[in-house]
Design a binder for this molecule. Sequence first.
Ligand code: ADP
Length: 272
Amino acid sequence: TLLPGRIFDVNAAPLPNGGAVLVLRDVTRAEALERAQREFVANVSHELRTPLTSVRGYSETLLDSGLIAPEAEPWVEIVLKNVDRMSRLTEDLLVLARTEAPDRKPLRRSIAASTLIEDAVRNFTSDSARLTVSGATSTPVLADEIAVQQVLANLLENAAKYGRPSDGSEPRIEVAAEDTGNGMVLFRVRDFGPGIAMEHHSRLFERFYRVDKARSRESGGTGLGLAIARLLIEENGGTITLDSALGRGSEFRFTLPVASSAVGADTADEAF
Ligand code: ADP
């Protein structure tokens, strides 16, 4: 009640004489600016949905109508491809803005790690990659199921997109979940592709960071997938890391907290 309605950053340091120094920094304005920026991005992304749907609809109709010269069809296909790219970008920006909202509360519940893996494998559709489960613990984790599915889908998609072995054979992906015994379950998504050079590791989870821009664009990437993955995993109390080197494939790993058996599924979030 120092100054009602204002937001402070508080730092405290003990003094040798037993007292303490308390430093209060008024961050009301910075918080308000950040919030306005987030809301702006969310609104713009949302508003772009309708016109994009319209452009897609009319482009598809044009292609189906037979009214354009066959030579012009590839141009409309390019329009469609770019509309798809823009839709993915606006959807990803919307997810980022929503995930970052301070009043957001993830809906966490207890769910078996193996169920999360099974659902991700079932939802994964790729006719050009071979996916195997190399072990999945039934230990329950406390997590927002939709968020975890989004992360797993993104990692599997990346492995299929960028994980083609150097001999040109189809990408092979292994997914696993193991109970590490320290209160966390470790999820792993491994591929046997070209791998990622060390110099990129520290920046890979940043927004719009890509190792190979042309390749990412070509495959329809937005450069936001791993940034979203990190936000979602951290929001669920875990961490996400990468183990990879050039020529050795890549393994993305993330952890989620084990759901305590004493806590019921519905009340899990409050208890955490
Ligand atoms: P994008 O939309 O470009 O795929 P991501 O954030 O998902 O964005 O990934 C960022 C970049 O990391 C990609 O552009 C790609 O260069 C690199 N990358 C991600 N996963 C892999 C992988 N399994 N193997 C090699 N490179 C990868």
